[in-house]
Write a protein that binds this ligand. Structure first.
Ligand code: HSE
Length: 435
């Protein structure tokens, strides 16, 4: 919807889960405030969801009901579709294409859709003069898409690093505070509703990867690339590593990183040792945070709720207001969509960083010599080394941190360690993130 057409924004909302219900609540509860800010009334005309009978805590009786979301685009009065279905393909993709091809605005909270099809959708939006917005897709209530696309638009972005998954941050926080194993905390988080029944997307880093791909696209003006994004989750984090992290002055966080380096653009998702003095280290429980570094502005940090009804619906409604105010005059990724070039991120083996390695080894003479020999063979320089007490499973733990080195050298060193007779289990490696 172009700015000049604006008399009334008429919405079709697809998906009435927690966020959908939250959007209805804000739009009805703040109708006057939203009309004042939008510069026109914003009216819900239709809704679509699978189950009509479910009580969602909102009165939906005044709205047309569609069983099939894509049919809403046939209603000529509706000029903006709000998609809260989720999934990179299927009904969400169909709806997005149908809406934009008819020149209707499209607001979504769907990170998988934007990370996978963002460029194609942005091109259709531009061709049809339609607005595409996805603030709620990344870090829920934190306005990070606006920050990158507008507030920091004067800067070349050097890097974006974030805690982008509340479930993982909640689990890591409780593991640290209570000294519990990952699986114990996960089970409890599921019981309390902090983690989904199928938590794979969250704990294996896939949710963070989608968000990171979108942030990289916004930051560097590139086509989102989810295919080549090295992704590791938090399943393998052990309480002993959290303890060693503390001793060494770090806290373990699952990070999404998109960084300009000498080698090119690096994107990666993995648990990392974050220096305790860095702002991201202090972000606990289900809170999200994003740090953006721009060449003129320096470091900026954004902290808030990354999920949940109110925060996510707040971002969706902000996008709706934005469409009313600006129509399609502001490109979805901050640059003309045709200029969103594909890119291949720097392979993780070429990442230059410092590393934490934990080994469980036999407690006998000569072990340290074997370990240091393996490091020397791969030209990996040790920054610090610790040995404390005995491991409960037998042997002792040796923990070391390295000086700056290429990840390929670390992988080769870990291979050497694995082949040593004195090494009793697969070594643990964590990247140390410099801030
Ligand atoms: N499941 C996500 C989280 C929120 O735990 O943060 C939606 O992206």
């Amino acid at each position: 919807m172009a700015h000049s057409d604006k008399r009334e924004l008429v919405l079709g909302i697809a998906g009435l889960g927690t966020v959908g219900a939250g959007v209805v609540k804000i739009l009805t509860g703040h109708a006057d405030l939203i009309a004042a800010r939008a510069g026109c009334p914003v009216r819900i005309k239709a809704v679509s969801a699978r189950d009509r009978s479910r009580d969602r805590g909102v009165d939906l009786s005044a709205y047309d009901w569609y069983d099939n979301a894509a049919d809403m685009v046939e209603d000529d009065e509706i000029n903006l579709i709000v998609e809260l279905i989720g999934g990179s393909d299927g009904p969400a993709l169909k709806l997005s294409q149908a809406a934009l091809e008819r020149g209707k605005g499209f607001v979504t909270a769907n990170k998988a859709l934007i990370a996978t099809h963002g460029k194609a959708l942005a091109i259709t939006a531009e061709e049809q003069g339609a607005a595409l917005r996805f603030e709620a897709a990344v870090a829920g209530g934190i306005p990070i898409i606006k920050a990158l696309g507008e507030g920091l638009a004067a800067n070349e972005i050097i890097g974006v690093r974030g805690i982008l998954n509340g479930t993982c941050n909640y689990i890591l926080t409780r593991m640290e505070n209570e000294g519990l194993d990952f699986s114990e905390v996960l089970a409890d988080a599921q019981r309390l509703g902090y983690a989904e029944a199928d938590p794979t997307f969250d704990i294996d880093g896939i949710d963070t990867a989608h968000k990171t791909a979108i942030l990289a696209a916004m930051a560097f003006g590139k086509e989102p690339n989810i295919q080549n994004l090295p992704t590791e989750g938090i399943r393998t984090i052990a309480p002993v590593d959290i303890e060693y992290a503390r001793e060494l002055g770090y806290r373990i966080k699952l990070l999404g990183v998109a960084q300009r380096t000498k080698e090119g653009i690096e994107t990666r998702v993995h648990p990392a040792m974050v220096p305790i003095s860095a702002p991201l280290a202090g972000v606990m429980d289900a809170t999200n945070a994003v740090m953006v570094e721009g060449d003129f502005v320096g470091q900026t940090v954004y902290v808030g709720a990354g999920a949940g009804e109110g925060p996510t619906a707040s971002a969706v409604v902000a996008d709706i207001i934005d469409v009313a105010r600006c129509g399609n005059s502001c490109p979805a990724f901050g640059v003309a969509p045709a200029t969103l070039e594909p890119y291949v991120p720097v392979p993780v083996e070429r990442h230059q960083g410092t590393y934490y390695i934990r080994l469980r080894v036999d407690d006998r003479h000569g072990v340290m010599a074997d370990i240091t020999a393996a490091l020397a063979e791969e030209q990996v320089s040790i920054e610090s080394m610790l040995q404390r007490g005995r491991a409960t499973e037998g042997g002792v733990y040796i923990v070391l941190t390295t000086h700056l080195t290429a990840e390929a050298a670390i992988s080769a060193t870990l291979n050497r360690f694995t082949k040593l007779e004195c090494v009793l289990e697969t070594p643990t490696m964590l990247r140390i993130e410099a801030f």
